[in-house]
Design a protein around this ligand. Structure first.
Ligand code: 5AD
Length: 350
């Protein structure tokens, strides 16, 4: 089959054999014409489901303390350069208040794995948000915990959970993380979250050190098996104070290719154009949308802590990246033919 046919098959059957997928990915990574064809198909598929609407989520990075020591991440516990902060419940609620006034109807509570916030502390924060904003969705992105914690938070009103698998290959996983972190536990968490009725997001970094084509095929197979409602991918970007400081960043070309392939595999999935994509090129998020993404997640954290939530170098936190610049964002989206959607932007089963 030639490449055009592969794209056609993927668009209409939502799958390819692994060898075919490898052929398509290899071609698209290196050929702008193929990438454009793939993006066109993906954009068409996204528009058939979502029209020209882009969902927005207000991201509240409420703590950058982390018990983990992931080799790629700027807020890893061994990074003594990181200026650590935590937001109180009151501060978090005030972020939500500002976000609500700006039109956000999903709040994403993201943080390092900070055990100072107990299971019950977090449940109280979730309940308070849901009580104040019953028409809003609460998404959690706070890492690996016990099933009981996930259950408690679901009861408290949490709707969605983001937990990237990072890589579906356990040997690759072991090269990105210290020994105490296991892919099997990450998968256990994702299964628990699904069983408990969360809308679940997973994903991986594109171009992380030692990532191979075989790894990417495994990532796609893992995502197919999990059937998540959301998929977050973005380029790996080195952080100067981590063991991976000298590794090259993932590329725009690879990231856009994978966004398009994911859109064609999962037409209805919620697929963000991530901050990392916006960081490697100035119009990265627009390009992501034109490649099939349909979600953006501007930053609602208080201005004075934003510059401290640095997962990688040069992470964007101002301009259209900032929630208060929603007009900027709307204008940028408008320039490529899109509009901000109102409402929670839930995954639609049928
Ligand atoms: N580059 C890109 N993405 C990163 N993340 C963490 N560190 C980096 C980095 N250096 C991503 C991980 C994590 C998410 C919150 O941020 O995939 O799951």
């Amino acid at each position: 089959m030639d490449i055009k046919q592969l794209i056609h098959t993927l668009q209409h059957t939502h799958q390819l054999q692994p060898e075919q997928m490898q052929t398509l990915l290899t071609a698209a990574f290196s050929d702008a014409v193929i990438r454009a064809k793939l993006a066109q198909a993906a954009q068409q598929t996204a528009q058939a489901v979502f029209g020209n609407k882009i969902y927005i989520r207000g991201l509240i990075e409420f703590t950058n303390y982390c018990r983990n020591d992931c080799y790629y991440c700027g807020i890893r516990r061994s990074n003594t350069e990181a200026v650590r902060y935590r937001l109180t419940e009151e501060q978090i609620l005030s972020c939500c208040e500002q976000g609500y006034a700006l039109g956000f109807r999903t709040f994403v509570l993201q943080g390092g794995e900070d055990l100072i916030y107990s299971d019950t502390d977090l449940a109280a924060i979730i309940s308070a948000i849901k009580q104040a904003y019953p028409d809003c969705a609460v998404t959690l992105s706070i890492g690996e915990r016990r099933r009981e914690a996930y259950q408690l938070w679901k009861k408290a009103g949490a709707d969605r959970y983001l937990l990237r698998h990072e890589t579906a290959d356990s040997e690759h996983y072991a090269r990105l993380h210290p020994a105490e972190l296991k892919l099997s536990n990450r998968k256990r968490c994702l299964r628990d979250l699904k069983e408990l009725g969360y809308q679940v997001g997973t994903g991986f970094m594109v171009g992380s050190p030692w990532q191979t084509m075989a790894n990417l095929l495994e990532d796609l197979a893992f995502i197919r098996e999990l059937q998540p409602q959301m998929i977050g991918i973005g380029p790996f970007i080195p952080h100067h104070a981590t063991p991976f400081k000298n590794y090259p960043a993932g590329t725009l070309e690879q990231t856009l290719t994978l966004l398009s392939v994911l859109r064609l595999m999962f037409p209805k999935v919620l697929l963000p154009a991530t901050t990392a994509l916006g960081t490697i090129v100035p119009n990265g998020r627009e390009l992501g949308i034109l490649a099939g993404a349909n979600v953006v997640m501007p930053n609602l954290s208080p201005a004075d802590v934003r510059q401290n939530y640095l997962l990688y170098d040069n992470k964007l936190c101002s301009g259209a990246e900032a929630a208060e610049a929603k007009n900027d964002l709307a204008a940028r989206l408008h320039s490529i033919g899109y509009e901000i959607a109102e409402g929670r932007g839930d995954y639609k089963e049928s």
